[in-house]
Design a protein around this ligand. Structure first.
Ligand SMILES: [Mg+2]
Length: 386
């Protein structure tokens, strides 16, 4: 699809998401109020911090850049949170509650599920639209569990969905990781009858929750779903909606150089689809640098300090400065810049960015080596000694 059309769709989606967000926040205000009462912040705390995870806090599962020490400074001696912060990552594949537990163990601090904003977190805003419809969840980890926890009631992982269609992946016999799919198939013949059969139900939406594990199978099956209006093996029909949790071309993993990310998978799928089918692939990508996710982080940070949206409207902005600490100029720094002047971007040299000076095209407000240096700078600037 042309870039203009994509931007239009993106803006339209962001506008409607913002509307639904306001209602979901008010519905949960009681819960947030309880959380806030249990977390007495310093009076007058007027800033919040958003941390990227990969390349800033962790590399793989290993803490880097003094991250446990840096985070510890945001709590008092009894382990109570003093400075509002969230994790704002494009990564994902597991529910926020599970990721919060994992991070708490790795970093030795107590992290709430609400403090973990992943690439796919905005998908929960689409529950009302697709609650009972058949939707497909793609990616590593537990993509269908993530979507079920958000409230989607008829969701299948692409692994399970593909297993119901014989010969949909002609290379399957050469792949030695398909044992799980065999067990899905057994379940299918035993439990599925008539209208429950996913092969006869139209897929109403596809969500790329995390990185595709099997590009060749996923690109094939997604082309089948997208080109047929959600009924693989049938004639060409209108494309169902397609959502990506992020559009990162690459990311810094454990290997010395960057790895291909979800954005690379999107380019592969889009290029192939557009060469074969008459209508260009349409999709919406969330995740950083989309300003929408920075707004979401801002809302969560405000909820953490017990501020309401009405405060913002009355001109008494409760969080004067929001700090984004990230390692990727295109994603973290450009995103913070687009999100508004109250965002202050700090680029670390502990991941994707390794330059001596600032990034030439997406310069940060500050460049440091590690997250520990970044937190030290923030606490000194805000005159907070902990
Ligand atoms: Mg990163």
């Amino acid at each position: 699809m042309c870039k203009m059309k994509f931007l239009q769709i993106l803006r339209k989606a962001a506008a409607s998401q913002n509307r639904s967000r306001v209602s979901s926040i008010s519905a949960n205000s009681g819960l947030f109020a309880r959380q806030v009462h249990s977390q007495p912040f310093q009076p007058g705390a007027s800033f919040g911090i958003a941390f990227d995870i990969d390349g800033v806090i962790l590399r793989g599962d290993t803490p880097i850049g003094g991250s446990p020490e840096a985070l510890k400074r945001l709590y008092d001696d009894s382990g109570t949170l003093k400075i509002p912060y969230v994790f704002l990552t494009n990564g994902g594949g597991v529910p926020e509650s599970k990721r919060a537990n994992e991070l708490s163990k790795l970093l030795n601090v107590h992290i709430l599920p609400s403090q973990v904003i992943q690439g796919h977190s905005p998908f929960k805003q689409l529950v009302k639209r697709f609650e009972n419809e058949l939707v497909i969840a793609v990616g590593k980890g537990e993509p269908a569990v993530v979507m079920s926890e958000y409230g989607f009631k008829n969701v299948l992982s692409i692994d399970e969905y593909a297993s119901y269609f014989e010969h949909i992946d002609p290379l399957r016999q050469y792949k030695n990781w398909t044992k799980q799919q065999a067990s899905y198939k057994k379940k299918s013949s035993r439990e599925m009858t008539g209208r429950d059969d996913p092969c006869s139900q139209r897929v109403k939406a596809v969500f790329i929750v995390s990185d595709s594990v099997d590009w060749s199978r996923d690109i094939q099956v997604l082309c089948d779903i997208m080109s047929t209006g959600g009924l693989p093996g049938t004639e060409i029909s209108r494309q169902p909606p397609l959502y990506f949790a992020n559009d990162d071309l690459s990311y810094q993993g454990l290997f010395p150089t960057e790895r291909l990310g979800m954005g690379a998978f999107r380019i592969a799928l889009e290029s192939i689809y557009n060469r074969i089918y008459p209508n260009a692939l349409e999709y919406i990508s969330y995740g950083k640098p989309n300003p929408f996710v920075f707004k979401h982080a801002e809302n969560i940070l405000m909820q953490l300090v017990g501020s309401s949206i009405s405060n913002q409207i009355n001109g008494q902005y409760p969080l004067k400065t929001l700090y984004m600490i990230g390692d990727n100029p295109l994603v973290d720094i450009d995103g913070a810049r687009q999100a508004g002047h109250h965002w202050f971007s700090i680029l670390t040299r502990s991941g994707v960015f390794k330059g001596k000076e600032n990034h030439p095209w997406y310069p940060a407000d500050l460049v440091v080596d590690t997250v520990e240096e970044a937190v030290d700078y923030i606490l000194r600037k805000e005159a907070i000694s902990i």
